[in-house]
Design a protein around this ligand. Structure first.
Ligand SMILES: NC(=O)c1ccc[n+]([C@@H]2O[C@H](COP(=O)([O-])OP(=O)(O)OC[C@H]3O[C@@H](n4cnc5c(N)ncnc54)[C@H](O)[C@@H]3O)[C@@H](O)[C@H]2O)c1
Length: 411
C-alpha cells in the first residue's frame, strides 16, 4: 500500500509520519520539507506512485479573519480553496491509474460538491475525511481521535470500508467511525468546532455577568452546569425539531435580554438565540405554506400545547409556527385534545398538510417512557402530507406522504 501526502505543513507532515510507521509514504509540498520517515519528492511521483492520496493543503482565511483582531463587523468570507483545486488538478495530470483521493483540509458544508467534485477526473474516488486534531498534540490526536469522519458522494458506508481498515491499523484507541455524505462530514467537522466556540462564549458570558452583578464566583455557576448531565451535558436536546418552548425557557431568555442591558454586558446572546428561534419557526411555517399552496390543502398543526401529554399552550412553538402561517395569509388549525387554549383547535380534519409537532418518544425518553405519539384524530386522511420535523414517522405509509424535515439526502 502506497500512501501520498500533498501538503506537509503543521497537520500534513505529522500525519504523514504517523502513516509512515505502517506504510510507505511519499509527500510533496510547495516549500522544501524534510522528514526521516516520509520520502519527500516531486508531485508527479507522489501522485503516480500512490494508491491513496491525502490532501492537507491550507484552506486559508482572508487576512484579519483569524479571530486575533476584531472581525465581527467585517463582511463574512469563505475559506480560500485554490490550494485544494491545485492539488486536484495535479492528481488529474499525473495519475496513471484510478486513485483514492482523501481531503483532510477543513472546508465549509457544501464545498466539495460545489467546488471540487467536478474538478477531479471521474476515474478517481473523492473522500472527505477531516481530522479533529489540535496543535501541540497532532500525532497523539491522530491515533486517539474521538471519531473518524469519512464522507463520499452518496454516503454509502460500503465506500468507506477500505479507509476504515487503514485507520484501524493505525489507531491506538477504538474510535467511532462516522460515515456520511461529503456534506454531512463537512458539517460535522465545522459544527464540532463551532459548538466549542458557542460553549466557551456562554461560559464567558456568565463570567461577565458575575463581574457586573457581584457576589458570584463564576466557577460555582459553571461547575454546577458542567455536572448537569441529565439535560445540558449530553445528547438531550441534540435532535433538531420543534424549537425550545414552554412556561420557562423562552421567557427566561427574553428576560435575560433585559438583564444584559440592565448590567450593560455589551452584547446580547439571547437576542440572537431568540431571533434565531423565531426565524426557524418562520422557515418551518413557510415550508408548510409552500406545500399547502402546491397541493391546495389546508394546514393542520398536530399538537398545540408546548409538548405532548400536557395542556399548557404557554410558550408553545406550535403557536409560533401557526403565527407565521397566518402572517403569510393562510388559515391554520390545531389538533390537540389536551390544549388549554381552544383558539383554532378542532377535533376533526380532512385531507391536509400536517405538522407533526409532538413527539412523545423524544420528549420523554429520558424518563424511560418510549410510547409514540398517536394521531389526535381518528385517522390521518389518505392524500394528506405529514411534515415531520423530528424525522421519526415511517415514510412508507399508504396514501400519505411523510416528509422528514431536515433530511435532504437523496438516499
Ligand atoms: N493544524 C491543525 O491542527 C489542523 C487540524 C485540523 C484541520 N486542519 C486543516 O488542515 C489544513 C491544513 O492545515 P495546516 O495547519 O497543516 O496548514 P499549514 O499552512 O501549516 O500547511 C499547509 C501546507 O501545504 C503547503 N501547500 C500550500 N499549497 C500547496 C500546494 N498547492 N501543493 C502542495 N502543498 C501546498 C504549504 O506549503 C504548507 O506546508 C487546513 O484546511 C486546516 O484548516 C488543520
Amino acid at each position: 500500500m502506497n500512501i501520498g501526502f500533498v501538503g506537509l505543513g503543521k497537520l500534513g507532515l505529522d500525519c504523514a509520519e504517523v502513516f509512515a510507521e505502517q506504510y510507505k509514504v511519499r509527500g510533496y509540498d510547495i516549500y522544501p520539507r524534510t522528514s526521516e520517515l516520509v520520502e519527500v519528492c516531486d508531485i508527479s511521483d507522489v501522485v503516480s506512485k500512490s494508491d491513496w492520496i491525502f490532501i492537507a493543503v491550507p484552506t486559508p482565511h482572508t487576512e484579519g479573519y483569524d479571530g486575533s483582531v476584531p472581525s465581527s463587523h467585517m463582511e463574512p468570507r469563505d475559506f480560500g480553496l485554490d490550494a485544494v483545486k491545485d492539488a486536484l488538478r495535479s492528481i488529474n495530470q499525473y495519475a496513471n491509474s484510478p486513485k483514492k483521493v482523501v481531503l483532510i483540509s477543513t472546508v465549509l458544508p457544501g464545498t466539495t460538491r460545489r467546488h471540487f467534485a467536478n474538478l477531479l477526473d471521474q476515474q478517481h474516488q473523492f473522500l472527505y475525511n477531516p481530522y479533529l486534531i489540535a496543535m501541540g498534540s497532532v500525532k497523539w490526536d491522530m491515533v486517539n481521535p474521538e471519531m473518524v469522519m469519512i464522507g463520499t458522494k452518496t454516503g454509502n458506508p460500503g465506500e468507506m470500508s477500505e479507509l476504515i481498515e487503514i485507520y484501524r491499523s493505525l489507531m491506538k484507541n477504538d474510535p467511532r467511525y462516522v460515515t456520511g455524505t461529503w456534506d454531512e462530514c463537512e458539517a460535522i467537522k465545522i459544527f464540532y468546532n463551532t459548538f466549542i466556540s458557542a460553549k466557551i462564549g456562554l461560559a464567558n458570558m456568565i463570567q461577565d455577568f458575575a463581574l457586573k452583578i457581584g457576589n458570584i464566583n463564576v466557577d460555582v455557576v459553571t461547575d454546577a452546569l458542567a455536572q448537569s448531565t441529565m439535560r445540558i451535558m449530553g445528547p438531550k436536546y441534540m435532535t433538531a425539531g420543534m424549537g425550545d418552548a414552554g412556561a420557562c425557557h423562552p421567557r427566561d431568555n427574553i428576560a435575560l435580554r433585559w438583564l444584559a442591558r440592565e448590567y450593560d454586558i455589551g452584547y446580547d446572546m439571547f437576542d440572537t438565540i431568540m431571533h434565531a428561534r423565531e426565524i426557524q419557526a418562520k422557515n418551518l411555517a413557510q415550508f408548510l405554506v409552500h406545500k399547502a399552496l402546491d397541493y391546495r390543502l389546508p394546514i393542520v398543526i398536530h399538537g398545540k400545547a408546548y409538548k405532548p401529554d400536557v395542556p399548557y399552550c404557554i410558550g408553545s412553538y406550535s403557536t409560533l409556527v401557526g403565527h407565521y402561517v397566518k402572517k403569510s395569509g393562510l388559515p391554520v388549525v390545531y389538533l390537540d385534545p389536551l390544549a388549554d387554549d381552544p383558539t383554532d383547535v378542532v377535533d376533526t380534519v380532512g385531507v391536509s398538510v400536517f405538522l407533526w409537532a409532538h413527539n412523545r418518544k423524544i420528549t420523554y425518553e429520558y424518563t424511560g417512557d418510549q410510547k409514540d405519539t398517536q394521531p389526535y384524530c381518528k385517522t390521518i386522511p389518505a392524500g394528506s402530507i405529514i411534515v415531520d420535523p423530528w424525522r421519526r414517522l415511517p415514510r412508507d405509509q399508504t396514501g400519505i406522504t411523510v416528509i422528514h424535515y431536515g433530511n435532504t439526502r437523496n438516499n
